[in-house]
Ligand binder design. Structure first.
Ligand code: ZN
Length: 380
């Protein structure tokens, strides 16, 4: 039986989530902690770090910022290049199926920030194989992207001898996932976060591609990074991270939300809209863990005091059964998978602990209710 947080509507099925004695989830606890942090002090630490780097008079760049043209990375790159005045290289990990809005936003961002950019596009044939394997084996095709984004960016810093890598948010802290420790500045272990799920590219090698094809998927040894004096940080440790504020910021500068409005299951039109392959990946969380976009998006707004639980419950109930149809055909074509194979695999991964079939329809065990009643939710 699924239990839900009493303050937001996060499900206890999210990996790493545990509800405490007040039935609050990790995300709610983290948002309370964020309110107690002295952000002015944290910002000063970042300024000091930036000043020290500028003094080094680096031959190449002072810092490397991975960007997608999304609202968050736009703000990230702006802070480092314009506000802190660091010689910034933006690294674009190119999506293989970009959207119209994604292309527009990336172009606008480059014009707006006026920085050098470097684009990495990994070999399509290898990517397709790794994604398809991840879809069939662990119902998580975008593991491939997470792997090569983390590793590709860090390898680029090594190649170009760039002393600072600036990531956006620490996903475990910001989105209430598995947190092994308090928020830290260092992101050197980013390859071990929730999105990587304890796996490396070696878990997916097979005879159809080899070591020669995976340079950008291989995370360098930590000692190499330390010896090269490379720091890797989460900006969310130094500023009060707020996705909606970043959206307002980027919108003023040319960022566009999705023209046709929110995608199925979404209630906002500016979240991960730059490419077409991630939406199915997010929907697969619904099959495995019983929640996806509407829960993620509404909880985030509750944590940032922009939505009530009551409003969120209505949205989640209205949206969570929508199928991400918009880019479904693109997904099938990209991996050369038939509809039958797709849905057969979905049923293989459907978590029977939380799903049951009633009147020939799959229903979640445990209903999200406006009036929170732990007695009901606690009944097994
Ligand atoms: Zn919560």
């Amino acid at each position: 039986m699924i239990k839900f947080c009493s303050r937001c509507c996060m499900s206890d099925q999210k990996p790493g989530v545990f509800l405490d004695e007040n039935l609050l989830c990790n995300g709610c606890r983290a948002s309370e902690n964020k309110k107690k942090i002295n952000w002015d002090e944290r910002w000063k630490l970042l300024e000091e770090m930036a000043d020290n780097i500028k003094k080094q008079n680096n031959q190449s760049y002072d810092c490397l910022v991975p960007v997608s043209g999304g609202k968050d990375s736009w703000y990230q790159a702006y802070l480092m290049s314009t506000k802190l005045g660091l010689k910034t290289l933006c690294c674009i990990i190119a999506p293989h199926l970009p959207t119209k809005e994604g292309i527009h936003n990336l172009n606008e961002m480059i014009k707006d920030l006026n920085v050098d950019t470097l684009k990495i596009t990994v070999k399509p044939s290898t990517l397709k194989k790794i994604r398809a394997k991840n879809f069939f084996v662990q119902a998580e095709p975008n593991w491939a992207e997470h792997c090569y984004v983390f590793s590709g960016v860090v390898n680029t810093a090594l190649l170009y001898d760039i002393p600072l890598i600036v990531w956006g948010e620490d996903v475990a802290v910001e989105f209430g996932g598995e947190q092994h420790s308090e928020s830290t500045a260092s992101a050197l272990d980013i390859n071990e976060n929730d999105l990587a799920g304890g796996k490396s590219i070696y878990d997916w090698l097979d005879p159809s591609f080899s070591q020669r094809d995976i340079f950008f998927y291989l995370y360098p040894e930590k000692s190499r990074l330390e010896n090269a004096g490379i720091k890797s940080i989460y900006l969310s440790h130094f500023i009060k991270w707020d996705g909606r504020k970043h959206y307002e910021f980027a919108k003023e500068r040319g960022f566009r939300g999705r023209e046709k409005g929110p995608l199925s299951g979404n209630y906002i039109n500016f979240d991960n809209i730059d490419e077409k392959l991630c939406e199915i990946n997010i929907w697969l969380k619904y099959i495995k863990h019983g929640y996806w976009r509407p829960t993620d998006q509404t909880c985030y707004d509750i944590w940032n005091d922009r939505l009530t639980r009551e409003e969120a419950v209505k949205i989640v109930k209205e949206k969570q059964d929508e199928f991400p149809k918009e880019y479904f055909e693109d997904f099938l074509n990209f991996h050369n998978i038939s509809r039958e194979e797709f849905f057969e695999n979905i049923e293989k991964h459907r978590n029977r602990d939380i799903w049951e079939k009633i009147d020939n329809e799959w229903r979640l065990k445990g209903e999200l209710n406006i009036n929170y009643s732990p007695d009901i939710s606690d009944k097994k």
